[in-house]
Design a protein around this ligand. Structure first.
Ligand code: NAP
Ligand code: GCO
Length: 263
């Protein structure tokens, strides 16, 4: 057994959607460190430029594209420019924290379009090429909300629960072509998406949600994007060739824990 070969991504092209910063950026760093060539996309030109500078500072020559993954035509154009994709990470995502009865159907749909329909759009576009080349890896970035609900995140939880099932369905439908489709379910990770939940209150005290998450997490802390390095490389590499349709929760133990008893 050659350990390096098991995890090596040399000669592979990885597309990470929404990898200008946050979790996507860290996953792209990890895949690059394992040898993959990186392509990524985001919507904003400013984010794209900053990200390219960030990758260059890491010594990674990533190819960056402006592409809104909810738009099939933009996705097709980007994929034409990239060429073949061996590893797809459906990471781009948004959240809207609005009580369900105050949320408009348009707001609900925008979250579903980004967090569920876009992974469908990008996956269906890369799968035929993967079949032609004898296989591929698809990693969908799921969530605690693939399993749990909470106030204000009805659209997000619906999308991430759906993404878990899209993952299992891609595995079921295309596993025979040596395509492995798995999910990573990050716990609460410190990124711009969760920044409003960690902002200190005007009196300088800790945001109640911040304290709540720390008490709910056996690890006793928020995760960092770097906590996802290992799971991403595993699910992108040969090491996971017989793992299909699974969601690997990287959550510091949240889903295993009933919660702290009252003092
Ligand atoms: P983030 O900090 O908000 O970053 C989101 C990234 O996606 C940015 O690069 C953004 O760039 C891009 N993006 C958003 N919509 C896009 C679209 N339609 N097309 C292309 N790119 C798009 O989010 P994050 O916290 O890193 O989260 C990344 C993924 O992990 C999301 O799917 C999120 O739901 C999931 N997740 C996050 C956490 C957490 O605690 N942070 C936990 C579990 C799961 P532009 O704005 O330039 O497009
Ligand atoms: C929220 C958060 C979460 C996280 C993450 C948890 O408001 O509850 O934003 O949904 O981002 O997806 O895994």
């Amino acid at each position: 057994m050659n350990f390096d070969e098991l995890f090596s991504l040399k000669g592979k092209t990885a597309l990470v959607t929404g990898a200008a910063y946050g979790i996507g950026f860290a996953i792209a760093e990890a895949l690059a460190a394992a040898g993959a060539d990186i392509a990524f996309c985001c919507r904003s030109k400013e984010h794209l430029k900053k990200a390219l500078d960030g990758y260059a500072a890491d010594g990674i020559s990533a190819r960056g594209f402006i592409c809104d993954v909810t738009d099939e035509a933009q996705v097709a154009k980007m994929l034409e420019e990239i060429g073949s994709v061996d590893i797809l990470v459906n990471n781009a995502g948004i959240i809207k924290r609005i009580p369900m009865t105050d949320m408009s159907a348009a707001e609900f749909k925008e979250v579903i379009d980004t967090d569920l329909t876009a992974p469908f759009i990008v996956s269906k576009a890369v799968i035929p090429g993967m079949i032609e080349r004898g296989g591929g890896k698809i990693i969908n970035i799921c969530s605690m909300m693939s399993e749990l609900g909470r106030e204000t995140v009805s659209a997000y939880a619906s999308a991430k629960g759906g993404l878990k099932m899209l993952t299992k369905n891609i595995a079921s439908e295309y596993g025979k072509y040596n395509i492995q489709c798995n999910g990573i379910g990050p716990g609460y990770i410190a990124t711009p998406q969760t920044a409003p939940l960690r902002e200190p209150l005007p009196d300088g005290s800790r945001h109640p949600f911040d304290s709540f998450i720390i008490s709910k997490t056996p690890a006793g802390r928020w995760g960092t994007p770097e906590d996802l390095y290992g799971a991403a490389v595993f699910l992108a590499s040969k090491a996971s060739d017989f793992v299909n349709g699974q969601i690997l929760y990287v959550d510091g133990g949240i889903l295993a824990y009933i919660g702290r008893q009252p003092d």
